[in-house]
Write a new protein. Sequence first.
Length: 159
Amino acid sequence: MSECQSDYLSAALSFPNTVADTVIEILNNNKIDFDGIAFSGFSGSLIAPLVAAKMNKSLLLIRKESDKSHSFRRIEGSLDVKRVVIIDDLIVEGKTIDFIVNTLKHSDFWAGAECVSIVLYNSYRGDSEWFIPGKELERKSVKLFNFRINLFSGTVERG
């Protein structure tokens, strides 16, 4: 069967359980204390629900401004979430991460929610290469983790 897919989606589409299990392993091994998982966009939607279900955590969908076709709500999910892990594919400019954090901060119900960790499943840059723009995330208070799946072997590669 022929397929047409972007490279950045390949790991999540080809190895979704490997990606989800690696995210869970990272969060558990680093003893990240959180009660919800936040994501935005298609790449986050491929992995975040799997991780939330396997870990019995709440899920927060943060809709992009351009997504007006599915709901009028910018955020959907549990109102009880206070400490979130953001799951995304990679950081290029940090816009998605900033968008999620700022949307939560300026919302009526989740204004007190705090981002405690970010896990990127399509990135393996070394720690010195991290760059997250914006004033909302202080590097010292947010735990950052990354890895990628080798698409030939299906093995996990860490930065």
